[in-house]
Design a protein. Structure first.
Length: 369
């Protein structure tokens, strides 16, 4: 990645100086149906709130009087150097948020230097995204919508197109009741066109074993939420245990992601990478996850906010600001990299400072900024 690739229009840099400005612009740009589809959750949206509560009830414990003049917020993943331990999480119907869809997200990830995971229900498809971002750290994520041959063919396609890893989402055995959408009688084009969903409900550990036999790139299971399933994933040879509750959009009254993370890290015991998503909006959020043992943090709604606010350039700008927040947090904690972090750098508080919700990471929004 060259400096020229990262060049951004002056108006983008001036327009977006803090992260909440992406949220403000996104709300102005998106129609109400798409906005609620992206930022809503299942039924009572309790899991959505618990994602933020888990993050906000973990306080940081800084160490001082250390030399932090030379620090690095980057990581090595899948043979590539990334500027942040961040993956742009898969978002279905991303093309309804930004005209470039998955191609814009992947291109922006490549320009900045982070990973991107393409949803199998996002447009354009894996071929076009590979062409748009040939040098990016591209990962393909599959919803199981066909039989064994269909799934195996997707694995081979991803490998042939140079994707760095292959993921299967496993928390969608049934499609949840998302009441914001139902109340408006709104169904996305992707949901209207969905077929073969019964295949997902039949997917089990024997399918993981079969995929592992043909998959020559790292294999990710996305949607794990317990130590028990983390342990099983390792026993079946999974390379990445991805802790996720689908952003609170599937099972209602689930636990917050960051509260789940420690037990999954302990169960994996270093035998696989552990990734996480669920409500991560700030640099300190990422640092907390890394301190508790995560190897990568997925960004879903924050990615969507940036793309809705100003397309690919805004996405790159958001990542730049996020990188600065991470660097500041690491330095003020007294560390020069993630390998120096550990659980001793966080403390679990009994209560959040404010009422947790999708945008509680941006308190100034409520004050008119």
């Amino acid at each position: 990645m060259t400096d020229k690739q990262q060049d951004l229009p002056a108006e983008i840099i001036e327009k977006f100086q803090v992260l909440h400005e992406f949220a403000k612009a996104a709300k102005n740009n998106l129609n109400k149906n798409i906005y609620d589809y992206v930022f809503g959750g299942a039924e009572t949206e309790t899991t959505v709130r618990r994602n933020r509560m888990a993050i906000e009830t973990h306080a940081l414990r800084p160490r001082v009087m250390r030399d932090v003049s030379k620090m690095n917020a980057g990581v090595d993943r899948f043979g590539m150097r990334l500027k942040l331990p961040v993956c742009l999480a898969p978002i279905g119907s991303l093309q309804q948020i930004s005209s470039g869809g998955g191609a814009a997200a992947a291109s922006g990830a490549g320009r900045f230097g982070c990973a991107h995971m393409l949803s199998s229900v996002c447009e354009p498809g894996m071929d076009a995204v590979a062409e748009a971002a040939p040098d990016a750290c591209r990962i393909f994520q599959l919803y199981v919508r066909g039989d064994e041959d269909w799934v195996d063919d997707k694995v081979r396609q991803a490998q042939d197109l140079g994707y760095k890893a292959f993921a299967v989402t496993i928390d969608l055995d049934a499609y949840s009741r998302r009441e914001r959408d139902i109340s408006k009688r709104f169904v996305t084009a992707g949901r209207q066109a969905a077929v073969g969903e019964t295949h997902q409900a039949r997917f089990d550990w024997s399918d993981v074993d079969r995929i592992k036999k043909i998959c020559k790139i790292p294999f990710i299971l996305k949607g794990i939420a317990t130590a028990e399933d983390s342990k099983l994933a390792v026993e079946h040879g999974v390379d990445v245990v991805y802790v996720s509750n689908h952003g609170g959009r599937q099972l209602d009254h689930g636990r917050g992601g960051l509260d789940v993370l420690p037990e999954c890290v302990e169960a994996v015991n270093g035998q696989a990478q552990v990734w996480i998503d669920g409500g991560f909006m700030r640099g300190t959020d990422i640092v907390k996850a890394m301190a508790l043992g995560a190897d990568m943090v997925g960004l879903g709604r924050l990615q969507a906010l940036a793309l809705a606010a100003g397309g690919e350039d805004a996405l790159v700008r958001m990542l730049e600001i996020l990188e600065h927040e991470v660097q500041i947090a690491l330095m003020l904690l007294g560390v020069t990299g993630y390998d120096e972090l550990g659980p001793e750098y966080v403390y679990k508080e009994p209560l959040a400072v404010a009422d947790p919700h999708q945008f509680s990471g941006f308190p100034l929004l409520g004050e008119g900024y």
